[in-house]
Design a protein around this ligand. Structure first.
Ligand code: ZN
Ligand code: ZN
Length: 367
């Protein structure tokens, strides 16, 4: 029998809990082989399949519900119809590692044990946040009995189900949080994780651009010392890029969303008020789940997508926003597919030699 992953439980917690309960030798291979240092797309896909969540849909469902990935994808370009861009066909991204310190809220742990008989590691408590949004208490990031962190070099996640020096984590003392900003941060982060719809990136930036401009301190605040850029400038610049890209039908490169979250924290008390302003901009708000089956299959002149259809067992290709201009450089080699290929305009001089498509897109399972 496969254990069920709990709501808000991290993938790493689920894997560690399964191995702990079933034993290393009797657990399924997927769990035994799950990497500690860096989980790749293929590892996440296998864990999703254990829950019966198949294909691109299952991969994105795990990312959305059991990692902190929504932070990067809830604010989404309106011309992107995929949840995680091309990551479903790319093994170069890392979805969690044992180097990221985990943490827990003692009240959540005690409640879980009362309700379920056991507890687990929650995603919002295993990132940089300091407070539990539900209980307004400080998250415990080091073992209360031996001061080790819950990451590589310290305790592994099993300490949640065993003990340290004979004492269980549920007995940790509770420290009330006294910093209202940390509480707001945790609450807004929680609302981003559980957002039912994508918010248009352009609408988000337009709303924040207007708000941040009304507050000189915030406008000039350096949001990340590495970039040394004022927040107001970063928002304005990205807004210009996104608007121009929409005009030309050319999806802009991905961007960190840290500055967006900082701007929301600086201008709003409640995430729901922000959502109302964003919706008033007029762009469509798309349900998160509606994008789970689709991935970006390529960027050439335009962005191509494949939507997996699990009833028929096929992937449906589409290019809903064909680019309105052509890049002046035609340096890329044309890719030819065995079934059908793009007509390419002829140009003078040297013609790049076409190549046949290398990796076939992943097969689609039938439900
Ligand atoms: Zn809590
Ligand atoms: Zn300890």
């Amino acid at each position: 029998m496969i254990l069920a992953i709990q709501p808000e439980e991290t993938v790493r917690s689920f894997v560690a809990r399964t191995l702990f309960i079933k034993g290393k030798h009797s657990s399924e291979e997927v769990f035994r082989k799950f990497p500690k240092n860096c989980a790749l797309r293929s590892d996440i896909v296998l864990i999703a399949e254990m829950q019966g969540w198949i294909g691109c849909y299952g991969f994105n469902k795990i990312l959305h519900k059991h990692t902190n990935y929504p932070r990067d994808e809830v604010f989404k370009n309106i011309q992107d119809i995929s949840y995680s861009r091309g990551e479903y066909i790319d093994d170069s991204y890392c979805y969690g590692s044992n180097r990221t310190p985990a943490g827990f809220c003692p009240i959540c742990v005690a409640d879980d044990i009362k309700r379920l008989g056991f507890s687990f590691w929650r995603r919002a408590h295993c990132c940089e946040l300091k407070v539990c949004a539900e209980h307004n208490v400080e998250l415990v990031k080091r073992c209360p009995y031996c001061d080790k962190p819950f990451c590589q070099g310290g305790h592994d996640l099993n300490v949640m189900w065993s003990a340290c020096e004979g004492q269980h984590l549920k007995g940790s003392s509770v420290t009330l949080n006294t910093d209202p900003f940390e509480l707001k941060k945790a609450q807004i982060f929680g609302e981003i994780l559980s957002a039912p719809c994508h918010l248009s990136e352009e609408a988000v930036l337009a709303v924040l651009d207007e708000k941040v401009n009304q507050d000189n301190n915030l406008k000039l605040r350096i949001w990340n010392s590495r970039y040394n850029q004022p927040l107001g400038y970063t928002i304005k610049r990205r807004l210009e890029i996104v608007k121009e890209a929409r005009f030309k039908n050319r999806l802009p490169h991905g961007e960190t969303t840290d500055f967006i979250i900082q701007a929301i924290l600086g201008t709003y008390e409640k995430f729901s008020d922000f959502v109302i302003d964003v919706k008033a901009y007029g762009d469509e708000t798309r349900p998160i789940e509606s994008l789970w089956s689709t991935y970006i299959s390529g960027h050439q002149e335009s962005t191509h997508f494949v939507e997996e259809n699990y009833d028929q067992g096929v992937g449906v290709w589409c290019c809903p926003f064909p680019a309105k201009d052509f890049l002046r450089m035609w340096d890329w080699r044309p890719v030819y597919y065995p079934c059908c290929s793009f007509e390419r305009p002829k140009r003078k001089g040297h013609q790049p030699r076409p190549e046949r498509v290398k990796n076939a897109p992943p097969g689609v399972q039938r439900r």
